[in-house]
Ligand binder design. Structure first.
Ligand code: ZN
Ligand code: ZN
Length: 345
């Protein structure tokens, strides 16, 4: 298995980010990322920059950005009208052969850096006809999480030490995600950076809020592939999206510890089933194995509830169907989330 770290959800000078595509690529390389998905607001102006930039794969997509209800449209080569109602713009993305990710669904707080851009209607969880088409939820959004913790009193502290503003996915978001997967509406989860690197003038000059290079070391998605990423950019793009669609990825906040080679699989009779797999029980128990490589409170979650936990590692035999995923916390704070392994009768 080949594992590639990357980041999704970021803005350049083509919308309201402060960096050029080249500057983002440079920051991504410095942060050790191998792929980035740029999602400027309602524009694909960055498209000429798509492709391999040396060792970083750059994919250009767009965030459909009405005043609320933001949606990351992937694999669509035309900008979708953000004035359509949410169900219609989501359907439009799929009608054009794309798929997408519901962005920062659970925002609650307005601050100096953002309004409340929540996903209003949680009955809308993908295209009208799901039919097994891939849909994602941005479980954890770095910028949104940080800005939700910002107050007039703490704002300078949070600009200078942004990690203080990181909470984790909201319980409501995780609960929605688990319920969708338990009901058969399979939905993959990602961590988005939502990088803008806003510039703000202060009495002593100019501050960059959550610089690209800084935020690229926060929420990192590790896609797991059977083959290395192809040298041909179009093929590599399809590999990345196939991994998303199949839920073959995990993400973590690297500011709280690195985990480039997570072990998490189900196993039986010498066969291993990776993140994203579906396994039939057929009356035979399965064993889950996890190892984060560094100290963490590791939890095996079954249908939204903690089924087993361990320090750094766990091993747990199971004989019940359901949605199994791994979650890990460090120093009491959310850190790592995998997509599920689905166990059926
Ligand atoms: Zn947004
Ligand atoms: Zn955004």
């Amino acid at each position: 298995m080949y594992t590639y770290p990357g980041a999704i959800h970021m803005h350049t000078v083509f919308s309201d980010g402060s960096g050029t595509v080249d500057e983002l690529v440079h920051a991504a390389r410095e942060a050790g990322l191998r792929w980035i998905i740029i999602t400027d607001h309602d524009t694909l102006a960055g498209q000429p920059f798509e492709g391999w930039r040396k060792d970083v794969l750059v994919l250009i997509e767009h965030e459909i950005t009405p005043s609320r209800n933001h949606f990351l449209a992937l694999n669509v080569d035309q900008v979708v009208n953000n004035q359509l109602p949410p169900q219609q713009f989501v359907d439009e993305v799929y009608a054009r052969g794309g798929f997408g990710i519901i962005a920062h669904p659970d925002e609650q707080v307005k601050s100096d850096f953002k309004d409340i851009y929540r996903w209003d209607d949680w009955q809308i969880d993908g295209p009208s006809a799901r039919d097994g088409r891939p849909v994602g939820i941005e479980l954890w959004n770095a910028m949104s999480d940080w800005a939700e913790h910002l107050t007039q009193r703490n704002k300078f502290a949070l600009v200078l030490a942004p990690q203080l503003g990181f909470g984790g996915p909201t319980p409501a978001t995780l609960d929605w995600w688990d319920r969708l997967n338990m009901s058969g509406r399979r939905t993959f989860g990602v961590g988005g950076v939502d990088a803008h690197a806003f510039k703000r003038s202060v009495p002593w000059g100019e501050l960059t809020v959550l610089p690209y290079k800084w935020i690229f070391r926060t929420l990192t998605n590790y896609i797991q592939l059977a083959e290395p990423l192809a040298a041909n950019a179009d093929s590599a793009r399809h590999q990345v999206y196939a991994a998303f669609a199949a839920g073959q990825l995990y993400f973590l906040n690297r500011r709280a510890g690195e985990c480039a080679a997570l072990i998490f699989h189900a196993e039986r009779a010498g066969l291993q089933y990776a993140i994203g797999a579906t396994v039939a029980l057929n009356g035979q128990p399965l064993t889950f194995t996890a190892d984060t490589g560094i100290d963490a409170d590791v939890q095996l979650i079954h249908n939204g509830r903690v089924r087993a936990r361990g320090l750094r590692q766990l091993r747990q035999s199971i004989d019940r169907p359901g949605v199994y995923r791994l979650e890990a916390h460090r120093r009491g704070r959310p850190w790592l989330y995998t997509n599920p392994i689905y166990v059926v009768e």
